[in-house]
Design a protein around this ligand. Sequence first.
Ligand SMILES: Nc1nc2c(c(=O)[nH]1)N[C@H]1C(S)=C(S)[C@@H](COP(=O)(O)OP(=O)(O)OC[C@H]3O[C@@H](n4cnc5c(=O)[nH]c(N)nc54)[C@H](O)[C@@H]3O)O[C@H]1N2
Ligand SMILES: Nc1nc2c(c(=O)[nH]1)N[C@H]1C(S)=C(S)[C@@H](COP(=O)(O)OP(=O)(O)OC[C@H]3O[C@@H](n4cnc5c(=O)[nH]c(N)nc54)[C@H](O)[C@@H]3O)O[C@H]1N2
Ligand code: SF4
Ligand SMILES: [Mo]
Length: 663
Amino acid sequence: MLIKSVCGYCGVGCGLEFDKEKLIGDVSYPINEGKLCSKGVSELISIQTPSRLLRPYIRSNINNEYKITTWENTIKTIAHKIKNTSKDKIGFYLSGQLLTEDYYIANKLGKGFIGTNNVDTNSRTCMSSAVVAYKKSLGIDYVPVRMDDVFKANLLILIGANTAEAHVVFHNRIKKAQKMGLKVIVIDPRFTDTAKIADLYLPIKAGSDIDFLNLVSKRIIDEDLVNHEFVEKYVNNFDLLKNKFKRVATTKMLKRTGLSEEQFEAFWQIFKENENIISAWTMGLNQSVQGVDKNLALINIHLLTGKIYKEGNGPFSLTGQPNAMGGREVGGLSTMLAVHFGFDKESIKKVSKFWNTNKIDDKAGLTATQMLEANLDILIICHTDPVYHLPNRNKTEELMKKIPLVVEINAYENSETSNFAHIKLPAAPWGEKEGTQTNLDRTITKQEKLTRTSIDCKSDWEIFQLLAQELGYKEAFNFSSPKEIFEEFQEMTKLNPHLNIYDTSYEKLAIEPFIWGEDIRKNMQFFTKDNKANLFFVENKLLSEKTSLKFPFILLTGRTRDQWHSGTKTNLPRTLLKYKELNFCEINPINAKNLGIQDGDEIKVISRRGELITKVLITDAIKEDTIFIPISNREINYLTNDLYDKESLQPDYNHSAVRVERV
Ligand SMILES: Nc1nc2c(c(=O)[nH]1)N[C@H]1C(S)=C(S)[C@@H](COP(=O)(O)OP(=O)(O)OC[C@H]3O[C@@H](n4cnc5c(=O)[nH]c(N)nc54)[C@H](O)[C@@H]3O)O[C@H]1N2
Ligand SMILES: Nc1nc2c(c(=O)[nH]1)N[C@H]1C(S)=C(S)[C@@H](COP(=O)(O)OP(=O)(O)OC[C@H]3O[C@@H](n4cnc5c(=O)[nH]c(N)nc54)[C@H](O)[C@@H]3O)O[C@H]1N2
Ligand code: SF4
Ligand SMILES: [Mo]
């Protein structure tokens, strides 16, 4: 029998079909129309690898060996610790790769019943800058564009996004739209595979996006391309922005971008000539010490021109993980409570009543990027690998060692975090469980169970429920299936009706995806106090780490097409999955010559915080001021710095100063 499901890797959320032997793309699925990338096709291979975590393990000290134990023992140990710890010393470190039902249960347990808002997620390192910016400008965490809008747009600006490697099937759709007339501009310090399809490529200097975007906004105002009718009706702060722009030093701004006047004019011509414009971005904007400001500078352009809430237009944050959006909906960030509510009295009252609890705290919790520095007594990590992914790894490791109880819930045994955990719990991975997820354009899709769950593994929601029951919350955690959880979550979204997730059903989702929030853009709704969108004047404050004679290069980090982050699911022996060479560092030919190094040579890359050894890949794709190492190199974050955006607390991963030495 044919089973339809969806891919669990990236935010595109492709539909696939399983016929007992292999996976193929679902041609009837609206998102991907049958196309899959190498990761989607190989989902099944990943469940069959020998590196699966199949039993619960425990050890009293991280210097000891793990011993196999029982579920009962581990859950009792964790519950005992929680009961004897002040709630502010407990942290839940979740993931944008969890299913909505898993997320919902963990959030309900942490915020609703244990009473700690220290429930955050790796999405903090991923799209929290976009969340904050959308809320500041639109008044709501809402992605106002759909992937299919590229077929209605005339121009797509990709800034700090490498869709060719990170959103592969969407990238193919972009190429299809190009054949129908779409123009594409790519703005990235690196000549990426995405840049290869661009009509115009702008090699912007890393970290200077605010300067560039401000120059565009200023030009819109100076040449009066402002959509005055739209601004009058829907937008705040226009005069303020206009006045501020009168005083900015444009020559200096352009110089900081590293672009020539000709390059900027070439951009401006294309921008001016095109009616329907989408600007899409990912980590090049979000992972920055001014990630929120970069987002705001971009959204300004769309608000000034009224190019938002119309088909083929808008500021489009491309979420990376399969369910980072679902996490936002249930409230998986420590800075929100649930169903897009914050910690105001009214929201707490509504949520308390719904969950029938009186434990909810009224202050925001620790973010994922703050948890390790907070002297926690217990940290429960689920479906993510913070030791691998947080910046400044030497510091991360030291902090991790100090936490008395680290629990890791993972489906694989070889994460970096497992070296620092006391308890490891085996989760059922993709294919062995079911549930829902929301992709990058608000489309809710359903993953199906395709094969039996390995004997001792459990779905993530079941693990949190076991813990909740052991803590005594049996009545509130009495679910027998993901369907029941989804239905409770749906009921809860009625408290905040713009989240019209109640308009679908679990059964319907098995047949077709559902898109929430389409009325918001149809009705031109903004959710600020006065229901108008906000413009913000932001400036490049040059806060990133500076290069110096000792550390002359900026390190860029990013994805490769066939690998998924730390690679527990994708970095398998060559016989199983094809991939390109992973251990490389892109270096410009001129730098290579100066350093006296050749292709394939071993080099040491050193920052103020740490170092790693890798191999040289000489290429023109990278400019002289930067080098690039893919994040499939698990040691990447020994180099990166832990500067954070002050509002989103997202790391400045892409702008660390490094030097290169021959080994
Ligand atoms: N194959 C694969 N796909 C994935 C993932 C994966 O691990 N593997 N992960 C998923 C996840 S979680 C995410 S978040 C997305 C990420 O998706 P992307 O952000 O598209 O992926 P990155 O490779 O991080 O690309 C970031 C780009 O930003 C550029 N950049 C760096 N600094 C700057 C800057 O200051 N300004 C500008 N304009 N650009 C800059 C980099 O050169 C790089 O090309 O990918 C998702 N898809
Ligand atoms: N330098 C640098 N650092 C970065 C980034 C960067 O661009 N540059 N990007 C950041 C971003 S955007 C992200 S999203 C993060 C990603 O960083 P992580 O989230 O740490 O990376 P993953 O390897 O995807 O980790 C997912 C973990 O979940 C486990 N797992 C798989 N299936 C299941 C399951 O069903 N249940 C459970 N419980 N576990 C499972 C996997 O084995 C793996 O250990 O990295 C961040 N760090
Ligand atoms: S593009 Fe993303 S969702 Fe689609 S098959 Fe590839 S990894 Fe899976
Ligand atoms: Mo991400």
